[in-house]
Ligand binder design. Structure first.
Ligand SMILES: Cc1cc2nc3c(=O)[nH]c(=O)nc-3n(C[C@H](O)[C@H](O)[C@H](O)COP(=O)(O)O)c2cc1C
Length: 144
């Protein structure tokens, strides 16, 4: 089945301390498990980076809702792709705290495919996504 995956970064409009983050995660995970959405949320002081993935309709409407959510702003989409399998299938929304510089590194990573690359016969994965996955791997033992 084809899965849509969207990755974006944003900035808090209210301070997300641990309590507020955990409270939001509780709701988000309930909703996501109902709608078949998986992904991860990376948080640093003031900034978010999130990957959401699932059926196209579910992701389109979720991204609209997220873009309009009042508790963050400057939502910038980094990547929107159709993939053959999920990157974070185990997580209804994994969440870890990372360094702000790591979120900034994600923002300035390469997300767009620059050269047509069917030579390897393998699906193209952006360097940005590889970085996001490696951050998740490095931090996920400290999951919130
Ligand atoms: C950083 C961030 C990530 C979110 N991720 C999800 C998500 O994965 N699934 C979901 O259903 N809603 C998500 N939301 C939306 C919220 O759950 C909520 O619907 C939205 O923030 C509006 O409610 P509020 O007025 O309490 O902020 C997210 C919101 C923010 C700010």
């Amino acid at each position: 089945m084809s899965i849509k995956q969207i990755i974006y970064v944003s900035e808090e409009t209210v301070v997300f301390d641990r309590l507020r983050l955990v409270a939001m995660l509780q709701k988000v995970r309930e909703t996501n498990s109902r709608t078949g959405v998986t992904g991860v949320l990376l948080h640093s002081h003031g900034r978010f980076a999130q990957c959401i993935e699932g059926e196209q309709d579910a992701i389109d409407s979720l991204y609209l809702r997220i873009s309009g959510a009042p508790r963050h702003t400057n939502v910038v989409k980094l990547q929107e792709v159709i993939v053959s399998s999920r990157g974070f299938s185990q997580w209804t929304m994994g969440c870890v705290s990372v360094l702000e510089s790591e979120i900034l590194r994600l923002s300035t990573s390469q997300w767009q495919r620059v050269v047509a690359d069917h030579v390897s016969g393998r699906p193209w994965v952006s360097p940005g996504f590889v970085l996001m996955e490696s951050l998740w791997t490095a931090y996920h033992d400290a999951q919130l």
